[in-house]
Design a protein around this ligand. Structure first.
Ligand code: GUN
Ligand code: ZN
Length: 434
């Protein structure tokens, strides 16, 4: 057993349901006990240190804050090299930058080099679990899983299914997409901490046959997730309406094919109507809120309060490369501003919930990750409270935890992540990195 000493903070529940006090735990001088890659206990150092054997090794992170690893519920690994591409809305951005770059992932060597950088970048930013899009090529997902497996990460990914309305170089067929997805599930799903998500790109890029087959794969594999895009951009929504003129709304298209389930994660959902939120809640489906992407592409302002009102599971997504940062802290910064532009508030506790336990719940993994409950997997971060002079100065003026957490979401970024532990093993040490 190893003990990690520092201030310890984690979320126990959704603060918009149970209130901020009941929703979190904080130990100013805390101890996190870890054994065999799992959490034994989180609590006050003074209490817990009395009951552990004197030979227990204590790693001293006094002055830093220990928190659960961040969960990114929507990101594209092959868009690493087109992050920060100028000047377009969604559909033109896909044509001009995204599809040409994704075509390069037919080359397994390119995929492997990008996968390795991508996984390291997640860890450098404190993201310990992510739900990830590959390209249409199965070798892109092989490369990503191989890299995550090496580091024992809990990572969920899938090859993109896209058999129409996209350039030939990034197009599959309903048959090949079905066969490749099943092959990847056999090979990777349940290996170590890896999981598979069937990944139809978005309704306009998938034929009816492909959508039906996706639903069949989902039904055939109970632990597999479904990951797609929904209602991101108004031109996209108009396009979907023209392809499916008899559909009630965009969600209805996925619903008709049996893709609205309690294992479905829909990225964006910027323009959902009340009835769509309601059906999402009834199905126990999840939303990935991607503020940096929605602002960058000018897609719109996600209605978090409406998702809360209907009780839809929600997590944070960076959506790199339309999203502009791998950092969940920077993503929370922009989430707050999206809420302000809607005239609403986003509390710091809610932000940390969305980034950890909320994300875990969205991925149906809250029994394994998301906080420091006994028995959960020990994915955790050490936050350097003085990673920049300004952060150090501002945090010292804070009067309580609430204010500190808010300042962290506004001023924090990758520089704050001094250590990232995956299942109890150190996988990123900021100061040891070149
Ligand atoms: N909709 C379909 N594909 C994509 C993508 O790659 N990024 C975003 N943001 N939206 C999409
Ligand atoms: Zn996306």
């Amino acid at each position: 057993m190893i003990g990690y000493r520092g201030s310890v903070f984690h979320m126990l529940d959704d603060p918009s349901i149970v209130g901020a006090e009941a929703a979190h735990a904080y130990y100013k001088d805390g101890l996190l006990l870890v054994e065999g890659g799992a959490i034994i206990e989180a609590g006050d150092f003074a209490d817990l240190s009395k009951n552990i054997s004197p030979s227990t090794k204590i790693v001293d992170h006094t002055g830093s804050m220990l928190i659960p690893g961040f969960i990114d519920t929507h990101i594209h690994f092959p868009q690493l090299d087109i992050i920060a591409s100028y000047g377009e809305e969604l559909l033109d951005w896909l044509e001009k930058y995204t599809f040409p770059e994704e075509a390069n992932f037919a080359d397994p060597a390119h995929a492997a080099e990008c996968a390795d950088f991508f996984i390291k970048e997640l860890l450098r930013n404190g993201t310990t679990t992510a739900l990830v899009y590959g390209t249409v090529h199965k070798q892109s997902v092989d490369a990503l899983f191989a890299s995550a497996f090496e580091r024992n990460m809990r990572l969920i990914a899938g090859k993109a299914l896209m058999d129409r309305n996209v350039p030939e170089a990034v197009r599959d067929t309903a048959e090949s997409g079905d066969a490749d997805s099943r092959e990847l599930i056999e090979k990777w799903h349940g290996q170590g901490r890896l999981g598979y998500a069937v990944t139809p790109r978005f309704a306009p890029a998938c034929s009816d046959d492909q959508m039906q087959r996706t639903a069949q794969i989902l039904a055939d594999h109970p632990g597999v997730l479904m990951h797609t895009h929904l209602s991101e951009n108004t031109s996209e929504i108009d396009w979907v309406q023209s392809l499916y003129p008899s559909s009630k709304d965009y969600l209805d298209v996925y619903e008709r094919f049996g893709l609205l389930t309690n294992r479905s994660v829909f990225a964006h959902c910027v323009h959902l109507e009340g009835a769509e939120f309601q059906r999402m809640a009834e199905a126990d489906a999840a939303i990935a809120f991607c503020p940096t992407s929605n602002l960058f592409l000018g897609s719109g302002l996600f209605n978090l309060k409406e998702a809360e009102k209907y009780g839809v599971k929600t997590g944070m997504g960076t959506d790199v490369g339309a999203g502009t940062s791998f950092s969940i802290l920077q993503t929370l910064n922009e989430a707050y501003k999206v809420c302000r532009l809607r005239g609403e508030q986003l509390s710091a506790y809610k932000s940390f919930y969305l980034a950890t336990l909320g994300g875990a719940t969205a991925l149906n993994a809250s029994d394994k990750i998301g906080n420091f409950e006994k028995g959960k997997e020990a994915d955790f971060l050490v936050l350097d409270m003085a990673s920049t002079p300004l952060l150090d100065r501002r945090l010292k003026k804070c009067k309580d935890l609430d204010e500190k957490l808010f300042v962290i979401t506004m001023l924090g970024d990758d520089r704050m992540i001094s250590h990232t532990y995956i299942a109890g093993a150190l996988q990123h040490d900021r100061d040891a990195s070149a």
